[in-house]
Structures are given as structure tokens and as C-alpha cells.
Design a protein around this ligand. Sequence first.
Ligand code: SF4
Length: 449
Amino acid sequence: MRVVIIFPHVGYCTGWRPHLATEVKNGSTYHIAQALTYLYSIARHYTPDAWVVDFNFGTYEENMRRVLDHRPDAVLISSTVNSYDSTRQIALDMSRRSPAKLFVGGPAVSSNHFLRPDLLKLEADCEFVVTNRDIFAWAKQVFGRADDLKFRTFRPDNSWIGETYAPEVRDKIRYTVVTSIGCTYKCTFCLNPMVYKINYKDPEILRDEVRYLQTEYGADAVSVADPFFFMRQQHADEMMDVLSEAGIAWSQQTCLVTLTDENLDRMAETGCHSVLVGIENFTSKEINKPVEVESFEDRLQYAAARGISIKPSFISGLLDIDYEADLGQIDYIRSIISRGLVPNYHIQSNIYTPYIPDARDRLLDIPFRFWGVMPVTAQDEDHWKRNLHLCDMIYESVFPETAQRYQEVRAEYLDILDRQETMWLSHRPVPPVPPEKRIHLLTSGKVRV
Ligand code: SF4
């Protein structure tokens, strides 16, 4: 079987850190998507004829030509919510230009398929693939077989990188690995615990993967894309040993409470130069992990003394937070910049985006390319104006270098809303789900619209 895997264009939200850009500027912050490494490796387990086409580089038509030239029997689109506009366009075009069978999966599908399926409608025949419980679920649907593959021992095949990206592109992108998936915390707005079942990689697998990236592509740094690197201490210790042996610089993301003296010391010894930490919001109950101002600032200093940058990520507009509290948080972000604690290009500051179906959201009828960048949900028009103002403050006062690009994206967003009869998206209501049953019910398919 001939298989082409497509990574659609991610819209205005790069989805990678730092979260400054409102457009994908090739190479500036582009991390290789682990979804592609896994999807390609799964495909290669079943067929020698598999290719990847990334629509974030080159023109749309060049990429479409590349897909068609492979004469695929099956086309697999791995879509985030932000890239779903591009997914729609590619799916429609493929259905007109190729007899290939179409499969669409990824976080957009896993998070919406059961509770907000109206958002996923396509004008093309396709089979949706839900991978909440098993990232290898593609295999059964695409190849009609499901060998007993396990994340822990499955060997990722990174040869697709050399075939997909030209050397001048590879010079700018960041190599990634993932050593664990899922998250033991359950923040209500976050996809990670919902769409990935917790799993840990065998150290031997990571050792070979890193060696391959070093010898094949000359990688001198790798970004560890685990949602929560120190989720299990023993696993993290083993992974740090592997990275240290490989002599490769690395970065990661974790929770504030796991940045203990011991872990920061070991990170420094093993070549870790930066860590993304989700601070989110100091007062919201939507956050399931402990975050405090004092320990954040204390850890910043301890890490800096060891040559490690802590890159904090904040979120405004959470459903249980009022406008005044959000203004206070944006002031705090400005203060850490003005006090010289963190440069603004190390900060992610996002507006709440309803990636997880939640009965409390009221969605705006706006293309997916704006998700993660502009307000996408509000209770009413006044609330929407307040959310828009928060967004303006974030881009203009925290990231002034993006102000011009932000104004262009903002004008396009307002123009789209202006031309519609109503600003609200109509879809079947999301059933209310009790917080303690959220993960199970959102992803199991036992409750559907
Ligand atoms: S701790 Fe981080 S990865 Fe885990 S659920 Fe919360 S925001 Fe998501």
C-alpha cells in the first residue's frame, strides 16, 4: 500500500514556543512534530511505501503535487485544531484529484469527535481516527491490521526528516524527541491528559533515536517534547542519563514543583539549557498543578545561576477568572520583564482557547486559523470585547515586536465577524460533564452529542 502522511498548515498559531509569532515564519520557531515521526514510523511498520508532506513549507500547489506524484492509495492527515482549515481544503482537493482513501486524525479529531463533531465536518469522504487510548489506532483502520505495538518499545524512524525537509530547511528547524506522553495532572483546558494515554519510553529507544539524529543530521540540540518531563522521577533520571551520555544540548517542559534543587542541578550537568514551565494563572481553579509567585521567582534565580532559562507560559481568559484578575496577571507578566527576570521572547502568554469541548463555552464562528491567537469563545458580546481587549494587551504590551502583524491578523478576524449575520457558531450543544468524569467521558465515546 502506498501511503502519504500530510501535516496541514497550522494557521496563525505556530503551536510551538515561543508563542510570539502570529504567522509561521519558516525556521523561526519550527519544531518537528512528533506526530509525524510516529505516524510515519507506524506506516513504515506496515509498508515500505510511505512519505510525509509538510504543508508549512513551500506553496500549497507544490505540496499537493508532491502528494499526487506518490500516487497514494491512502492519505493520512494529522490535524491539530489550528490546522483544521488547511485539513478541510486539502481533503476536498484530494477527493477531487486522487482516488486515495482519506483518513483524518490527530488532536483535532480526538478532542472533538464525540462531543463537538459538527466542528469536524468535511466536504469529502473520510474516515476519522480517534487515538485517545492508543496512538497506534491508525494501523487497524488504515492497514486493517494491528500488531501489538507499544509506545515504550516502539522504535521511531526519523529517516522521513531527510526525505521531507531540504538541508537549508533542516538547518533552521528544531529536532524533537518524546520520552513520555499524557499527563498526571488534569487542567481543564489542556489536551495532554485527554488525548494521550500515559506512557513512558525505554531508555534504549531514546539512545538510538538521539544517536541517529546526531549522526544522520548533525543535530547538536534536541527539544524533549514531553508534556510533563518530570511526571515520573525515575523515568526522567534515566532519560537525563541518556542525554548526558549522548553529549547533546537539550530543552524540555515540566511543572514548576518539579524544578527542585536536585533536578535543576542534574539538568545543568546533563546539558539542559532551557525549560518551559506552565504557570498559567496563579488564581484559577481550572489549573490542577500547584503554581505560586514566590516559588516561581525563586526557581528562576536558582536556574539562572546554573545557566538554565525558565520559560514561563501564562494563560488569560480562563472560564473561572474575571477580567480584573486577568489584568492583574498581565501586569505581573510585564513586571517580570521590566525587573529583568525573564526576557519577553522567553514568555508564552496565551488567550484561553476551547480546545476541549466544554458546555460552558460559547464558540465564535471564526476559522480555525485564529484559534490560539484571537478570542474564540465568550459568554456574550460584552464578554467577547473584554477578551479581545486582553488579547490586545498581551500582544501590544508583552510582545510589542509583533504589534504590526497582530494588527493585520486582528483586522482580518474582525472583518470576518463583521460580514456574518451572527458572530456565534451554531453546533449541537456539548453535554455537561462532571469534572471528575471529564477525561473518561470526553474521550471514551460513552457520551456523545
Ligand atoms: S500540568 Fe500541563 S500538561 Fe498537565 S494537564 Fe496541566 S497544563 Fe496540561
